[in-house]
Design a protein around this ligand. Structure first.
Ligand code: MSP
Length: 507
């Protein structure tokens, strides 16, 4: 592999109209795990996340609170930045769509499309709710009626600007058919092709400024502002406009914003501007609560920072990666979190580390001894490692993080079994020289096993990984390609003091 390979990955930018929840946190952790994994395999990673600040809801929210929209965005931005910090997200940049760099880029692009006659003025007709100050669609009706919250709904016609989306429909279908790996997981492609069976309409990209002032004014007509997706999608490219990074390798997004924004509007906007398309869209599923969408009114919104506070950052990261298969939906439950925390993190991993530190302190003066024996127990342990070595590598490359973690923990359990088989406490009592060497080899083998586990767990649990690495005296900055093989020697390294990685908790 070329070690200098660039890798540009993005998350969706979160709406600045509410506080962060589990879905936002998951997407950031997933993207961060991929970014960290790619760094560990020698890629030069650029990782972008950010905030989507314009639009009706932000404007209305600010009016309600009697503050300026920008002030409200600043408050929300502070919350999301705290989320990134507390989740240990290693993003290289944070874009906010109210930043000058973004607004200038959007204007430049809109002007170009307008000059090329790809944006034109026409009339827009739709259902409008004065009370909610927004256009509605028929699907917003419940049993043929507009819900009470919308008040009186009328059909109105107004002038608007449109982007010539429809003329690219055939091109997009051909592109998707020819590029099977454009969307991960692959089954989602059919959903897009299904959508494209119906003729596309041109995309309305503006709102009159008297109705929506919190947006970017069109450079060719200041009486209008851009509307939602045209502004938001461009963040991926405006953020790297002065760098040699485009196209992105992966846009990580939730399934709700694949069709039409990311799989239809975005490729067509780029095509119309003669820009390269992103290489892939990585579409994850939704976290539900008892099979239902998280909902404010039902009080089921999960605050990720509560969980981080209770269980710790790395435990949170581990849980969401271990529990959800990338691309599928998952149900969140605190009980399940607690079970995984106790059995996998505290019992399997935490115990292994503390047993190792105890034994090395008791039987080897806190210095890792030499490995000199290779009997059945060691052969079996090394074979267990070698079976998973290449597989886990591929699983992380292919976003099968859940499966990768499962295998790593299988190996952690095999290290625990190895300790039981070798029973160092018995070997320590033996007078035989052979047993002395067995004991030394046992400690050295566990140290080597822990070094490998720490390395493989690094993308998911960076802090725990570095604590383990430090406590066994292994070098930092290891690389997944060069160093994830059995057989390094930590002989002579000083091990750290006893520590508890995952304190016992009550549910
Ligand atoms: N602002 C738009 C995205 C613009 S991207 C150019 C948006 N924002 S959002 O705040 O509503 O969602 C941000 C991300 O969180 C999206 O990828 C969305 O799919 C994801 N999630 C929102 N709720 C979620 C769950 N319950 N579960 C998992 N992810 C979810 O959409």
């Amino acid at each position: 592999m070329n070690n200098q390979e660039n890798f540009y990955i993005t998350t969706a930018i979160d709406y600045a109209n509410g506080s962060p929840h589990l879905g936002h946190a998951y997407e950031k952790v997933l993207t961060d795990v991929i970014a960290r994994h790619r760094r560990l395999t020698g890629r030069n990673v650029h990782f972008l996340t950010g905030l989507d600040e314009h639009g009706q809801k932000v404007q209305q929210g600010a009016e309600k609170e009697n503050i300026q929209p920008q002030a409200r965005c600043d408050l929300v931005a502070a919350e999301f930045l705290t989320l990134c910090r507390d989740l240990n997200i290693s993003n290289s940049d944070y874009i906010r769509t109210t930043q000058t760099r973004h607004k200038e880029y959007v204007c430049k692009l809109l002007q170009k499309l307008f000059n090329d006659d790809l944006i034109y003025k026409s009339e827009y007709t739709g259902y409008y709710s004065k009370r909610a100050e927004q256009f509605l669609q028929e699907k917003d009706q419940i049993e043929g009626e507009w819900p009470e919250i919308y008040g009186e709904v009328e059909e109105i016609t107004e002038e608007s600007y449109f982007f010539r989306l429809a003329q690219y429909q055939e091109w997009l279908i051909e592109f998707l058919e020819a590029h099977d790996s454009f969307i991960f997981p692959r089954f989602r492609k059919n959903q897009v092709l299904e959508f494209l069976k119906e003729p596309l309409n041109d995309l309305c990209i503006s709102r009159p400024i008297e109705r929506l002032s919190w947006g970017i004014p069109l450079p060719f007509d200041q009486k209008f502002v851009t509307y939602v997706w045209f502004d938001a999608l461009l963040n991926y490219i405006s953020a790297v406009a002065d760098q040699d990074k485009w196209p992105a390798d992966y846009h990580v997004i939730g399934k709700d914003i694949l069709v039409p924004p990311h799989a239809v509007y975005w490729p067509i906007i780029l095509k119309a501007c003669n820009k390269e398309l992103p290489k892939h869209l990585l579409v994850h599923g939704f976290w539900n609560i008892s099979g239902k969408k998280m909902s404010k009114s039902a009080g089921t919104v999960v605050n990720p920072l509560d969980l981080v506070q209770k269980f710790g950052t790395d435990s949170f990261r581990y849980f969401v990666m271990r529990e959800m298969r990338v691309g599928q939906d998952s149900d969140f439950s605190q009980d399940q979190f607690f079970i995984r925390y106790t059995s996998e993190l505290a019992n399997d991993l935490g115990n292994l580390v503390s047993r190792f530190l105890n034994m090395t302190s008791r039987y080897a003066d806190q210095i890792i001894p030499a490995s000199t024996v290779k009997e059945e127990a060691e052969v079996e342990l090394i074979q267990n490692w070698q079976k998973l070595e290449n597989e886990v590598f591929q699983q992380f490359e292919d976003f099968q993080i859940q499966e990768g973690l499962d295998q790593i923990f299988e190996f952690i359990r095999s290290l625990n079994r190895y300790i039981e088989t070798r029973a160092p406490w018995k070997l320590a009592k033996s007078e035989e020289t052979a047993d002395k060497y067995r004991l030394q080899t046992c400690l050295a083998s566990i140290a080597e096993g822990l070094r490998l586990c720490a390395l493989l767990l690094n993308p998911v649990m960076p802090k725990i990984s570095s604590e383990i690495t430090k406590s066994i005296g292994a070098p930092d900055n290891q690389n997944w390609i060069q160093d994830a093989h059995w057989g390094s020697s930590l002989e002579g390294s000083n091990v750290g003091e006893k520590m508890i990685l995952f304190p016992r908790l009550e549910l």
